[in-house]
Ligand binder design. Structure first.
Ligand code: DP6
Length: 363
């Protein structure tokens, strides 16, 4: 699909009022998106596991706009409390969505949103938050245009979510999700994410992700700034090529259920992401001493016991511990007894590969 396929095709809209609800999951990248150009287009393809427990629920109330002009009329409530700090980001998102949803100009919005994970956990809520908002908007659009094909519904949600936050494009579908064009993967696109179309061995369909909250709180350098530092970065070109190569390798690994290959690629991706930060100008370090202690302990446990457990990192100090469901009996006690000592107050979240975004009844 091309960009123009996402323009509104339905009849003229008469503004009314009501609300729509969607819950969207967080995701953890195996091949990392780090570097972008144009309007939220990725420098390389990325692949993620959709999570199940970490999610954002949003109820979007809409009403005929009270003021004239094109400035979006928006209020945001987080966990029932007014959150004006989120308004500029939501406004920017609505501005970017406008060319594809011209009816937006006729409405005012109140967003009531909550995360299943604590706000201060250091887990980025931008992916799940932007995906939930994008889904609410496409759901509203479907009220004006009920003939919208189901395939377009999900794609448009991913396309719009990308405009809010790149990784949010991967928070619509479940399982393994791919965003970004790769020559060997049919249907892959820089504009939106798709369910990973390759063969996936059963072992990767039930993977666990235990998230260790090493450092709760605001990150020193935001992802958006980090992406910006990839412009003119001395290793940018080789990093983008490395990501493409790792995705290529993962295709065979995922099909074969090759756990050793998976561990090698996933850990290399995590450390390469942080290597880019270490080598940026200005340089910065998001890992904390606890992050490195956890990485060492995981590698030591794996060497000693042969359990196929590995780590990945997002753009922060927290560690995602990945392992097959079948290994949980041995791996989780090790996490609880050894690794949580490096977490603030032992905080961690037990998550697993999930099924994707859904509507919900009672907020
Ligand atoms: C390290 O999607 O948060 O988590 O597009 O600027 O909102 P923006 O960035 P964002 O970047 C995520 C980076 C990452 C890797 C990944 O999720 O692929």
């Amino acid at each position: 699909m091309e960009e123009r396929d996402f323009e509104y095709q339905g009849p003229q809209v008469t503004p009314g009022s009501g609300s729509v609800r969607w819950s969207a999951p967080s995701n953890i990248a195996l091949v990392k998106y780090w570097g972008k150009h144009g309007v939220q287009l990725p420098a390389n393809p990325s692949l993620s596991f959709t999570l199940e427990a970490c999610a954002t629920r949003t109820e979007l109330y809409y009403y005929p706009k009270k003021q004239t002009g094109t400035q979006p009329e928006v209020e945001v409530f987080l966990d029932g409390l007014s959150a004006p700090g989120f308004v500029p980001k939501v406004r920017q998102f609505l501005e970017r969505a406008r060319p594809y949803m011209p009816w937006l100009d006729q409405f005012g919005f109140r967003l009531e949103t909550s995360n299943s994970f604590p706000h201060s956990s250091g887990i980025a809520s931008s992916a799940s938050g932007m995906a939930a908002l994008a889904l609410c908007l496409v759901e509203l659009e479907r009220r004006f245009y009920p003939q919208m094909p189901e395939a377009l519904f999900r794609r448009k949600a991913s396309f719009l979510a990308r405009l809010g936050s790149g990784s949010a494009a991967r928070s619509i579908d479940g399982g393994l999700v791919l965003w970004g064009e790769h020559p060997s993967i049919n249907g892959s696109s820089d504009l939106y994410a798709i369910p990973y179309p390759g063969e996936v061995h059963a072992v990767f369909q039930e993977y666990h992700d235990t998230i260790l909250l090493v450092d709760e709180g605001e990150k020193a350098v935001s992802s958006t700034v980090g992406h910006g530092l990839m412009h003119g970065h001395p290793y940018a070109a080789s990093r983008f090529a490395q990501a493409g190569g790792n995705l290529e390798r993962l295709q065979d690994i995922l099909a074969a259920g090759d756990l050793d290959g998976f561990i090698e690629v996933v850990e290399s991706e995590a450390l390469s992401l942080h290597a880019m930060m270490l080598a940026s100008t200005p340089s910065y370090i998001l890992m904390k001493p606890g992050t490195l202690s956890i990485i060492e302990a995981i590698r030591d446990f794996r060497a000693r016991t042969g359990n196929p457990v590995c780590f990945t990192l997002d753009a922060g100090a927290n560690v995602h511990v990945l392992y097959p469901a079948a290994s949980a009996g041995e791996v989780y006690p090790f996490i609880r007894e050894v690794l949580t000592a490096y977490c603030k107050d032992g905080h961690h979240i037990c998550d697993r590969v999930g099924t994707g975004a859904r509507t919900f009844g009672t907020p």
